[in-house]
Design a protein around this ligand. Structure first.
Ligand code: HEM
Length: 407
């Protein structure tokens, strides 16, 4: 399949020359802005394409294949989950990785168990009040202006502040955190920038560990430092990795989810008005927006040569778990490319599937729902600003980075 010039990204690849079945590019600007036509074409013509770009990878595009890889932890390891390869000179600053996301059982099992209570329904209920209050204050800051950037002024500001509270770190550092997480995820293809983000995160948490050791507080880091697994303290490297993962996994993802939801509502007046008129549809709408605009793609490493869906995969190959592609598979979701805000059957995999299924999904769903509810309560009518440019980030986490709107 050769994409026509309209399909190609200006400036990144020569027009008309890319065969997406053998040479897809997950950072292609056109793909990042709207990946769904690419997934649809691939699913029909070559459902498990391979590309040598960005270190080389396979990319299953059907729901069944993505789920099968996620479940087959024997052949597909989580030792390397980055869509874009991590480029580290010298020692890896995260010697224990980022458990549980970057680990396989048995380490995965205990690392996940330590984290789950922090995102239980009970804790999330407490954070709902905090989130609602934060959303109201943010909206108050721009509602009189008649315009705002729904990504920068709103979506981006919410998850990072909630995670900061869970980690017990100063809210005043929210912008630093956001910058570091963007360096690690959004700019993973820029070696120096990614290294800078990782270095900042490591330095911050090494220091936080020392502080909590001397002066424990009621937060995740303190608890991890004082927890034992099989009679021994959790090693420092693991505490560092788990804390860093909480920050990295909880910020860009949810910010992107909130941003995509608001972008959709800014561009689909009929859905927006229906949601305002029928607020009881909100839980369905949130699930549908998560399905349709799933932010997260993960990776796995093949552990031994295996034939998968007719493809000869070799030990060490990377396989992308494109949850966004799986969730647009028309054999599972009728009218998959349509957003149906009251869709009833919706077994989407935006939060992954199998043993690594998102540990923070309760929190993410709550933040998404509250952010949209509060926005619609104050700003029921809004649309994209004429001449304003919506920009998207892609790769590991896809979502809008700027959404200029007027109201
Ligand atoms: C809309 C927002 C979010 C989306 C779409 C999302 C998506 C995902 C996905 C797809 C996975 C599976 C990874 C894999 O299979 O390798 C995952 C894992 C994980 N997520 Fe989320 N996530 C979101 C928000 C959050 C939040 C707010 C947190 C809280 C810190 C969080 C923490 C985690 C953790 C700790 C894991 C690893 C679980 C494990 O390996 O057992 N996520 N997430």
């Amino acid at each position: 399949m050769t994409m026509t010039p309209e399909h190609t990204a200006a400036g990144t690849i020569e027009a008309g020359t890319i065969d997406w079945t053998t040479d897809y590019d997950v950072l292609d600007a056109e793909f990042v802005a709207n990946p769904y036509p690419f997934f649809d074409d691939l699913r029909q013509q070559c459902p498990v394409p391979h590309s040598n770009r960005w270190g080389g990878s396979w990319m299953p595009t059907t729901y069944a294949d993505v789920s099968a890889v996620a479940h087959d932890i024997g052949h597909f390891s989580s030792q390397e989950v980055g869509v874009i390869p991590t480029q580290v000179d010298g020692d890896d600053p995260f010697p224990a990785g980022l458990p549980p996301i970057s680990s396989d059982p048995p380490e995965h099992t205990w690392a996940r168990r330590l984290l789950l209570p922090w995102f239980s329904h009970h804790r999330v209920e407490y954070y709902e009040t905090v989130t609602r209050d934060l959303c109201r204050r943010l909206i108050q800051g721009f509602v009189e202006d008649g315009r705002a950037d729904a990504a920068v002024d709103y979506a981006q500001q919410i998850p990072v502040r909630i995670i900061a509270q869970i980690l017990g770190v100063p809210l005043g550092m929210a912008d630093d955190f956001t910058g570091w997480v963007r360096d690690v995820l959004e700019f993973a293809h820029e070696k120096e920038r990614q290294a800078r983000g990782r270095d900042h995160i490591v330095a911050f948490f090494v220091n936080a560990l020392e502080e909590r050791r001397l002066d424990p507080k009621d937060d995740l880091i303190s608890e991890l430092l004082h927890t034992e697994v099989e009679g021994a303290p959790v090693p420092d490297g693991h505490v560092l990795g788990i804390a860093a993962l909480t920050l990295i996994a909880g910020v860009d993802t949810t910010w992107s989810g909130i941003g995509s939801a608001l972008w959709h509502l800014a561009t689909h007046a009929e859905d927006r008005r229906r949601l305002v008129a029928e607020p009881e549809l909100m839980p369905f709408a949130i699930e549908e927006l998560l399905r349709a605009y799933s932010p997260v793609t993960m990776a796995r490493i093949v552990t031994e040569d295996v034939e998968f869906a007719g493809c000869p995969m070799h030990a060490g190959d990377k396989v992308l778990l494109s949850f966004p592609a799986a969730n647009r598979d028309p054999s599972v979701f009728p009218d998959a490319d349509k957003v149906i805000i009251d869709r009833q059957q919706n077994r989407h995999v935006a939060f992954g599937v199998g043993i690594h299924r998102c540990a923070g999904s309760n929190l993410a769903r709550m933040e998404l729902r509250v952010a949209v509810e509060e926005w619609l309560a104050r700003i029921p009518e809004f649309e994209l600003e004429e001449g304003g440019e919506v920009t998207w980030a892609g790769g590991q986490v896809r979502g809008p980075r700027s959404i200029p709107v007027v109201f």
